[in-house]
Design a protein. Structure first.
Length: 305
C-alpha cells in the first residue's frame, strides 16, 4: 500500500490526479498533520456484514511514539454491505481510546492544533457529547481537506464531500469521473458540479435534515487493542509480549469485528515504521511488539481485501 503525504485536494486538477493515483496504485491512506498530531485518513470505507442499521465513523487515538505528542489519529468509516456513502441511516461516531484519561489528551491535542472558533469557544464544562461532536466535525473537516472527500467502496469512488464549495454528493464510477473531466475540462467541472447542486438541492436538504434528526450521541470506548499497544510501548521489558493477551480480545463475532477495525487503524499507521528498523527503534518497539504488529497487518488485510 502506498501513502500520500499531505496531498491536499483543492482544485479539480488535484481531484483528477488523486483519482488517477487511487486507480493506479490502490491508494487508500492519506497522511497529514493536526499540529503535532499525525492524522491518517483512510478513503476506503469498510463494508460490514455485522452492521445493519447505522453508518459509523470511528476515530482512533493510537499510541505512536514517533510523533512529538506520542499519539496519532486515524479515522475510518464503516457502512453496512450494499450501502453507499450517501444514505439515510442513523449516523454514529465512535471514539477509540487506549486508556482512561486520554479523551482529555485528544481534546487538548486537537484543540491546540486547530485555530477554529468552534473549538476555541467550547467550554470543557459542556456536555461530553457536544465536545465530541465538535472534535469529530473538525477531524472530518481536516480529513476532507486532504482527501478531497473521496470515499472508496469496492471499485466505486464517491465524492462525498465535494470540492469548490459545492455541497452535493456525486456518486461516480471511475469512468464517469474521467469522462466528466475529459468532456468539461478542469475549469468547467466546477460549473458542472454547481449545476448538479441545483438539481439535487431539495433532495439534499431533506437528507441533511434526516441526518440531523437521526444522529446518535458520540460513543467513547477504551479499546482493548489500543490498550495493549499503550502497555507495550510503556514498558521497558524486552520480553513483554502483547500477543499473549491479544487472543482473548476476540471471544465473540462482535469482538472479532471490532478488533479487525482497530487492526486496520494500527497496522496502516505503523506500516511505514515496520519497514524501517530505525523507525522501529524510534517507535520504542521490541521484537515481540513487531511480531504482534505484523499479525495485526495480516488481520487487517483479510478485512479490507
Amino acid at each position: 500500500m502506498k501513502q500520500a503525504l499531505d496531498p491536499i485536494v483543492k482544485t479539480t486538477n488535484d481531484l483528477r490526479e488523486t483519482v488517477k493515483r487511487i486507480t493506479q496504485d490502490g491508494l487508500q491512506l492519506f497522511r497529514s498533520n493536526l499540529g503535532n498530531l499525525p492524522l491518517f485518513a483512510s478513503i476506503r470505507a469498510v463494508e460490514s456484514s455485522e452492521l445493519k442499521d447505522r453508518d459509523e465513523t470511528h476515530y482512533f487515538l493510537i499510541p505512536y511514539r514517533i510523533s512529538e505528542c506520542g499519539y496519532s489519529l486515524f479515522n475510518q468509516r464503516v457502512l453496512p454491505q450494499g450501502i453507499g456513502p450517501e444514505n439515510n441511516l442513523p449516523k454514529a461516531r465512535i471514539f477509540h481510546l487506549p486508556a482512561q484519561g486520554t479523551l482529555e489528551t485528544l481534546e487538548l491535542l486537537v484543540t491546540n492544533a486547530l485555530q477554529h472558533k468552534k473549538l476555541q469557544s467550547i467550554n470543557l464544562a459542556n456536555p461530553l457529547a457536544d465536545r465530541l461532536d465538535a472534535l469529530a466535525e473538525e477531524i472530518d473537516s481536516q480529513s476532507n481537506k486532504v482527501t478531497g472527500g473521496l470515499v472508496l467502496i469496492g471499485s466505486v469512488i464517491a465524492i462525498a464531500n465535494p470540492l469548490l464549495g459545492v455541497s452535493i454528493a456525486a456518486k461516480a464510477l471511475l469512468p464517469t469521473v474521467g469522462s466528466k473531466l475529459s468532456k468539461h475540462g478542469m475549469n468547467q467541472l466546477s460549473e458542472w458540479l454547481r449545476a448538479q447542486k441545483l438539481k439535487t438541492f431539495q433532495k439534499s436538504a431533506t437528507t441533511e435534515a434526516q441526518k440531523e434528526v437521526q444522529r446518535l450521541k458520540p460513543e467513547v470506548c477504551i479499546d482493548p487493542i489500543l490498550q495493549l499497544l499503550e502497555e507495550a510501548l510503556s514498558t521497558s521489558d524486552p520480553d513483554h509480549d502483547p500477543s499473549l493477551l491479544f487472543a482473548h480480545t476476540m471471544k465473540t463475532p462482535a469482538e472479532a469485528s471490532a478488533t479487525a477495525l482497530t487492526a486496520i487503524a494500527i497496522s496502516q499507521t505503523y506500516e511505514e515504521c515496520l519497514q524501517d528498523p530505525q523507525l522501529c527503534k524510534q517507535a520504542v518497539l521490541h521484537g515481540a511488539d513487531i511480531t504482534w504488529l505484523n499479525t495485526l497487518k495480516e488481520l487487517q488485510q483479510t478485512r479490507i481485501t
